[in-house]
Design a protein around this ligand. Structure first.
Ligand SMILES: Cc1ncc(COP(=O)(O)O)c(C=O)c1O
Length: 420
């Protein structure tokens, strides 16, 4: 990073994390946009990649790339070993019991679709119910809607309170004898709400209902332990966790995965094929049809090494401090209203500025070098619940700084000058 683009002093060593050194690991952050140092605050959409990840992917293609699982030659064996080593890293990262419980997919969306198609089709019937919450990303709504439509089942939704917390008493009431699955986001991408996931799993399990957790926004910010949560399924994406895009994870308890039919048919998911009958491969390969994103999975492994190297508790404390600072500073801007003030939040500052459309906010901020997301954030029902068509969303990662929040706040001053 050049001195010109480095955030000014005030250098943060907070929560034991030297953010300047962290930033140096991310080549992309050292650039200017419209002549201003880039302030990247769109991490909930996708996080930037550290050198470790970029180099791991490059190394695959430069020195040992080959298809996996099927070759006896050296490159294939090296690729296979690296791919399976990444699976073990994922297992350890989320505290799963066995590697067979870790299925690689294209992302959270595909992981949820896998469960809806395979587990859902086998367990949800006419007049049954699937329960989600009002906080969900479209990826945790539409697959269940499609399933319910196909089966004549009903999608039910736990309402939210005015702050952005799920109303747990309502959840308790809505889990009934017809509920076949509960699916909820661990952390909301639109509001930043951190759900009391363990408690919610216990509520569902108390009535014998399995639970899928959409962890897309949780794994980058919280230490997640699927065994402590005791969830049945947990889905997340690599690209929000400093890893490559096009890779995701589905964790599933062995008993569920074993009983579930395959999601897609093809290569690698079979033991033997004749025209009369196919026998399926063992877990997790039964759910990994076709050639996967080999370099991407290996890159995800490098991303997990990167996060573990920083220390997940340190990351969580650092980001929490930044979120509190950002909340305070944003509320100093006249006309700013935060959408989402849940009891516990992670990473997300969703806001509106009275009298200015979020897209206009985003455009002016871009001219100041500040990247935020504006729109409905693939969570239209959340926008509807809080009676806003869209919000501007600044979302934090471990490389963001207080000084960058100050730049955001100053840039919002420019927005006010232009539009108000
Ligand atoms: C909470 C949540 N769930 C699911 C997704 C979908 O993730 P992907 O597009 O990586 O499949 C996102 C992405 O923004 C998200 O924030």
């Amino acid at each position: 990073m050049s001195a010109a683009t480095r955030p000014a002093a005030g250098a943060e060593v907070l929560a034991g994390l030297d953010v300047e050194r962290v930033r140096e690991e991310f080549p992309i952050l050292g650039q200017t946009v419209h002549g201003k140092p880039l302030v990247y605050l769109d991490n909930a959409a996708s996080a930037q990649k550290p050198r470790q990840v970029i180099e791991a992917e490059t190394a695959v293609y430069e020195s040992y790339y080959s298809n996996i699982h099927r070759g006896v030659h050296s490159l294939s064996m090296r690729s296979t070993d690296a791919y399976e080593a990444a699976r073990e890293k994922v297992r350890a990262f989320i505290g799963a019991a066995h590697c067979r419980e870790i299925v690689f997919t294209r992302g959270t969306t595909e992981s949820i679709n896998l469960v809806a198609s395979s587990y859902g089709r086998a367990h949800v019937g006419k007049d049954d119910e699937v329960l989600i919450t009002g906080l969900e990303h479209h990826s945790n709504i539409v697959p269940w809607q499609m399933l319910c439509e196909e089966k004549g089942a009903r999608l039910r939704v736990v309402p939210l309170d005015d702050r952005g917390d799920v109303i747990l008493e309502e959840m308790e009431r809505l889990i009934g004898p017809r509920t076949k699955l509960v699916a909820f986001g661990h952390v909301s991408n639109a509001l930043g709400t951190v759900n009391p996931a363990k408690r919610m799993v216990e509520m569902a399990h108390a009535k014998g209902v399995p639970v899928l957790i959409d962890g897309a926004q949780a794994v980058p910010h919280l230490a997640v332990d699927v065994r402590a949560l005791d969830c049945d399924f947990y889905a997340f994406s690599s690209h929000k966790l400093y890893g490559p895009s096009g890779v995701g994870v589905l964790y599933g308890k062995t008993a569920h995965l074993q009983a579930m039919p395959p999601y897609q048919g093809g290569g690698d998911m079979i033991l033997s094929v004749t025209f009369e009958k196919t026998t399926y491969n063992e877990l997790p390969y039964k759910f990994e049809a076709g050639t996967p994103n080999i370099a991407g999975v290996i890159g995800l492994g490098a991303a997990l090494d990167f996060v573990e190297g920083l220390g997940r508790d340190k990351v969580a404390r650092y980001e929490h401090d930044l979120l509190e600072y950002g909340t305070r500073r944003l509320l100093e801007v006249p006309g700013v209203r935060l959408i989402g003030t849940a009891r516990e939040k992670a990473s997300v500052l969703s806001f509106v500025l009275e009298g200015v459309h979020p897209h206009d906010i985003g455009t002016v901020l871009d001219y100041e070098g500040v990247a935020v997301r504006t729109g409905h954030h693939c969570a239209q029902p959340v926008m509807e619940r809080y009676c806003v068509p869209a919000t501007a969303r600044a979302s934090l990662a471990v490389y963001n700084t207080r000084q960058e929040i100050d730049v955001l706040v100053a840039a919002l001053g420019k927005v006010r000058e232009v539009f108000l």
